[in-house]
Design a protein around this ligand. Structure first.
Ligand SMILES: Nc1ncnc2c1ncn2[C@@H]1O[C@H](COP(=O)(O)OP(=O)(O)OP(=O)(O)O)[C@@H](O)[C@H]1O
Length: 841
């Protein structure tokens, strides 16, 4: 095993080095003392061990120990038996092993001339531990005299007599605490941390210094690694003796302060010069060099570099993680108040019950054996007409379609079957046949045939499904059921935006409702907000009832549901501002996404006084996107594309639905940013390609039959059906509960065009226009911040007022850092100005 060690120079220490442990004696005699002490330690250990195992037999012979005929069973003979009896039985019990430890320790310390102060300290704590352990064992295991020894037993009797049992326990506990606090430098904070992280407790609070075992095979040379840091907590780790060490290459005498390194045989020599003080986290010694280490691969068999000057001990310091002030504060806040609960404002909010949704009579799959048999025969016959033999056929009955999986005979080309799609559809005389050749990952060919009696997939059944209920997703959405009748649940947060298209009457609006319903069943009003854009004015109106719970809107707008196209532009731009704001919050919090941000906020690591707040997800739903893009074009496309590109990390997700999936609606830039797509039935293959980049949507059967893709595979899903009365019941239930004072307010956006309109049209001036003009004229200073202060306005509104004042000619144009000039000298002139304005109108 290769062993590395490090050389370090301790410059300052040498001067203050206290008295050395026997520094005057010759190296050899010091070595002899070392050996003697260590051998005595080992001998004591063996005799004690032996006594523990066979000791009782020898006890009766101890009186006659002088008699040579007497035999004892101790491994170290009569002397061993005597000493062990003395130390273990009459002394400190098991704790007597500390004596052996002290001897070995002293031996090592003597050899390395380690300051006497240190060995004194070690011996002091060893004696303390020995006494404590002995009393401890004597108290709890008084029945076994070998454990606590006579000292432990007697002391306990003494304590119990004077202090009682409880008093003794408390005393023992007190001394144990003293030991832990002073020996291991245990602090209350460390205890807390230790309890939180019990496994790492051990490594954290080990002793400060430990001696390195000596490799005596190596002539007493020592394998030493020493690092020194200023950190308070240190770890003491004995290094296991190195492998028998090969010839030693003597390095020139090094100063005592230098590190020394052992390198096991075969290892390249790492020559190290003195190194600066090093901090080391890892228990594994790392070689540290001040200048570049020279690794000479040629010196394969070179012996270790040895420091002849013995080193005192091996200290590896563990750098304690510095908790920041804020984190400590957060920990305290969490301790005092618990984690932040965003739902607290509406803590009595009741999630809607499943009973609000309807159970449909047609739901549940009915297998019509006859129909299955008939379709199977038709498929087999049709294929046979084209000389395609089938080895195996299997049917999976779904809610609206049945999937027939075919394994053709060996040697049949898949493309041949694929080309026969129309012929097969014709011979089955059914609409909505789709051939999947091959089914990805299965090696079979699938033919989807619509059922004669499709069953409705009720919203109730998908919401109640364990898959949805136990979905651990940010924004779980139960879209419906797959062809194998499994509930299809996807995470909107992962999509991260959804494009939905389909010809009119094929189930888009129902799909949107299913999506929103899923979120209402899973997310608290504090966790998600919807921005609803509904140019048709009818589809999403029901959600008005939950405005103050779940909807977001622009400031000063009356309705949360946006039906007016110009407002959509403002809303989209406002969402862009919200996005930018959220990004700066994330940056400030040093997190990468909304999940991490909210988690940090929950743990009270973010200060609300610095503008931090819990961020709900925002889901923007645009029904009839085509209409919007036709009327507003680029003005809509640009913010949508920007949001789609950037908003995923900060929790804004877009759902865009359109009837007309033409390329001028679903433009390249939109498509590129909407990997998740849902296609209901469309009228042409071209439309299908526009949405899905492949055909298939034109072969659907309508009524909620849809294809879902998130980039690669297509999944055929029967959309869950939720009817208008069901949505009404649901929104009524939520709407009747206690709500927030108002809808979630989005940042104010003042469009460029908007402000110039206001400038021209006097009737659209801000209600505070006259008051603002008065303030500006009185102060003779055209600044927005003045208005903000005096009228207690937000920046945007104050800015808009200044723009209006400029348009009216009351203040001059923007002049960079200077305040705008005021063109009206006093209030009288201002009154005249307004009078003339009124007269002109
Ligand atoms: N998942 C479904 N299960 C059963 N029937 C459905 C499903 N989805 C839609 N339908 C049926 O299709 C009809 C039309 O659906 P929907 O109103 O969602 O269409 P649409 O695509 O929104 O149409 P438009 O674009 O004209 O508003 C519904 O009234 C319903 O009868």
């Amino acid at each position: 095993m290769e062993k590395e060690s490090t050389t370090n120079k301790k410059t300052t220490k040498a001067k203050s080095e206290p008295k050395k442990f026997d520094t005057t004696i010759h190296v050899n005699s010091r070595f002899l003392i070392t050996i003697l002490l260590i051998i005595s330690g080992i001998a004591l250990t063996l005799s004690f061990l032996s006594y523990m195992i066979t000791g009782v037999e020898d006890q009766s012979n101890l009186e006659l120990i002088g008699d040579r005929q007497i035999e004892v069973s101790n491994w170290l003979g009569k002397v061993g038996a005597y000493l062990a009896h003395l130390f273990v039985y009459q002394g400190f019990g098991v704790a007597s092993f500390f004596f052996a430890k002290m001897l070995v320790h002293s031996g090592i310390y003597a050899f390395f001339t380690i300051p006497a102060r240190r060995i004194k300290k070690v011996i002091f704590w060893d004696l303390f531990s020995m006494l404590l352990l002995s009393v401890f064992l004597g108290f709890f295991w008084s029945s076994n005299p070998l454990l606590g020894g006579t000292v432990g037993y007697e002391l306990n009797l003494y304590f119990v007599d004077y202090l009682g049992t409880a008093g003794t326990v408390l005393l023992l506990f007190f001394f144990a605490l003293v030991f832990a606090l002073f020996r291991f430098k245990l602090s209350p904070a460390a205890i807390r941390q230790g309890l939180e992280n019990i496994p790492s407790l051990f490594s954290k609070f080990k002793k400060k210094h430990i001696e390195t075992p000596v490799d005596f095979d190596n002539g007493g040379n020592v394998d030493t690694v020493e690092t020194q840091t200023n950190v308070t907590e240190t770890i003491e780790t004995p290094i296991s003796p190195v492998n028998p060490v090969v010839p030693v290459r003597q390095t020139p005498p090094v100063k005592e302060e230098d590190f020394s390194v052992y390198v096991a045989p075969e290892a390249p020599v790492v020559e190290l010069s003195t190194s600066p003080i090093v901090e080391q986290k890892d228990i594994k010694p790392t070689i540290l060099h001040s200048s570049e280490p020279s690794i000479n691969p040629k010196k394969d068999h070179i012996a270790p570099v040895v420091d002849n000057t013995p080193k005192n001990d091996f200290v590896i310091e563990e750098v304690k993680e510095e908790g920041s002030l804020e984190e400590n504060l957060a920990a305290r806040l969490v301790q005092d108040f618990g984690e932040f609960d965003p739902t607290l404002d509406l803590s009595n909010y009741q999630f809607p019950s499943i009973e609000l949704l309807k159970e449909y009579s047609g739901s549940g799959i009915t297998i019509n054996q006859e129909e299955l048999e008939e379709n199977k025969n038709r498929i087999v016959d049709t294929l046979r007409n084209y000389k395609i033999e089938i080895a195996q056929i299997k049917a999976t009955v779904g809610p609206t379609v049945t999937l027939y999986e075919i394994v053709p005979e060996a040697g049949i080309r898949i493309s041949k079957i694929k080309n026969l799609e129309d012929d097969i559809a014709l011979s089955l005389s059914a609409l909505g046949i789709r051939i999947i050749a091959p089914i990805p990952g299965r090696g079979t060919i699938g033919i989807e045939v619509p059922n004669n009696n499709p069953s409705i997939v009720s919203m109730r059944s998908v919401i109640a499904s364990p898959k949805f209920q136990s979905a651990e997703m940010e924004l779980p959405v139960a879209l419906g059921k797959t062809i194998s009748n499994e509930t299809f649940v996807v995470d909107l947060a992962k999509m991260p935006h959804l494009l939905m298209a389909g010809a009119t009457g094929q189930g888009k609006s129902v799909g949107l409702n299913a999506l929103l319903t899923s979120l209402l069943y899973k997310k608290h009003p504090a966790e998600v907000k919807f921005v609803l854009v509904d140019p048709k004015k009818v589809e999403l109106t029901l959600f008005n009832k939950i405005e103050r719970h779940y909807l977001a809107k622009l400031p000063n707008s009356e309705d949360a549901i946006i039906t007016d196209n110009t407002k959509v532009i403002n809303t989209l731009n406002s969402l862009c501002i919200e996005m930018d704001n959220r990004y700066s919050l994330l940056k400030d919090a040093m997190v990468r996404n909304i999940k991490e941000y909210n988690e940090k906020f929950r743990q009270r690591k973010l200060n609300p006084e610095n503008g931090h707040h819990f961020l709900p997800y925002i889901v923007l739903v645009v029904d009839e996107f085509a209409d919007l893009i036709m009327t507003a074009g680029k003005e809509v496309e640009t913010p949508i594309a920007r949001l789609a590109q950037l908003a995923r990390a900060i929790g804004i997700h877009l759902i865009i639905a359109t009837q007309r999936p033409s390329v001028n609606v679903i433009t390249g830039i939109i498509k590129a940013n909407f990997p998740a797509r849902v296609a209901f039935r469309v009228t042409s293959k071209i439309d299908s390609r526009t949405i899905l980049d492949q055909q298939g949507a034109d072969q659907l059967i309508g009524r909620g039959d849809m294809l879902y893709t998130q980039g690669n595979d297509l999944v055929r899903v029967q959309c869950a059906f939720v009817d208008t009365p069901e949505v009404e019941k649901l929104t009524e239930y939520i709407g009747s509960q206690k709500a927030y004072p108002e809808a979630y307010i989005l940042p104010e956006y003042v469009g460029e065009e908007g402000s110039s309109n206001l400038d021209i049209d006097i009737s659209e001036r801000d209600p505070l226009f006259k008051e603002a003009a008065g303030i500006i004229v009185t102060a003779q200073q055209g600044s927005a911040s003045l208005l903000q202060r005096k009228l207690k306005l937000g920046y945007n509104r104050a800015g808009r007022l200044i723009d209006q004042l400029e348009a009216a000619g009351i203040v001059g144009p923007f002049e960079g850092s200077k305040a705008r000039s005021v063109n009206v000298p006093d209030l009288i002139a201002l009154d005249q100005f307004f009078d003339s304005e009124e007269n002109n109108n």
